[in-house]
Design a protein around this ligand. Structure first.
Ligand SMILES: C[S@@+](CC[C@H](N)C(=O)[O-])C[C@H]1O[C@@H](n2cnc3c(N)ncnc32)[C@H](O)[C@@H]1O
Length: 246
């Protein structure tokens, strides 16, 4: 490995440690005490795999911003001209809209104040390590309102990361953004096997739009990225993903 490449990977490891130490991403999970996170390392692998695919990075559901910060750090360190779209209500999850999304009945995420992080706080998290510039675009509001507008201003997406937990968030992200994902681009669904409402939205969407790419099974320790398993003993802690082929 060239010295240059070594420096870059060390830089990304430092950022991951910073994110976990400061609890800036749910992805740190049980690994955070190690100052590391397999899921953040996997995100870096996905960023590497899609760096030459046309389009930008989009995350729907950013919380404190850690995963979007990692994407921005990767682009800045590697001098890649991609934007980071960070979409969130910045006021937590919505109450279930049971008439529109019956599967969300009973969801209680809206009751958790810890999931409500203001845009100012997320901006400050980026600013703290010099990641805030004109390439970071905050998309503020409920997904069903903001994502139809975002899709009009977006050209292509190279890496799409869904992390909104509920059917509402997952469905709105998919119907508005999936067709913007470039061929060869990657979609990551954080909550696929841990939140059945999220999984149902993914399965409904795939069935309706006849999407047949294999979902990499989050419970299968196939270790695609060669990074070992998480401290939960699962390969990915519930994260599913696939590469868009058509
Ligand atoms: C689990 S957190 C995201 C964690 C983050 N991606 C990370 O890596 O740490 C879920 C986020 O989704 C947002 N969210 C969920 N449903 C939403 C909706 N319908 N519209 C806008 N934001 C939503 C919440 O505000 C919250 O910040």
């Amino acid at each position: 490995m060239s010295e240059n490449k070594e420096n870059k990977s060390t830089d990304m490891e430092k950022i991951i440690k910073y994110i976990c130490f400061n609890k800036l991403s749910c992805l740190c999970g049980a690994d955070e005490h190690l100052g590391s996170s397999i899921n953040l390392q996997r995100l870096v692998k996905c960023l590497e795999l899609t760096k030459d695919i046309p389009g930008d990075f989009v995350e729907t559901g950013v919380w404190r911003g850690g995963a979007s910060m990692l994407a921005q750090a990767f682009f800045m360190k590697n001098k890649i001209n991609k934007k980071v779209y960070a979409a969130d209500s910045f006021e937590g999850l919505p109450r279930p809209q049971v008439e529109k999304y019956p599967v969300d009945a009973g969801d209680i995420h809206f009751k958790f104040p810890s999931l409500s992080v203001s845009r100012e706080e997320v901006e400050e998290n980026f600013r703290q390590i010099n990641l805030l510039n004109e390439n970071v675009i905050f998309v503020e509001g409920w997904f069903e309102d903001t994502l139809p507008i975002l899709r009009e201003s977006l050209d292509k997406i190279s890496l799409l990361r869904l992390d909104g937990d509920m059917y509402d968030a997952t469905w709105n992200s998919l119907v508005n953004l999936y067709d913007k994902l470039s061929i060869g681009g990657i979609i990551i669904i954080d909550d696929y096997s841990t939140h059945f409402r999220c999984k149902k939205a993914v399965l409904d969407f795939r069935e309706k739009y006849e999407i047949t790419e294999e979902i990499k099974d989050p419970e299968e320790p196939d270790d695609y990225f060669g990074l070992g398993s998480t401290s939960t003993g699962r390969s990915s802690g519930g994260v599913a993903w696939w590469i868009k082929e058509k």
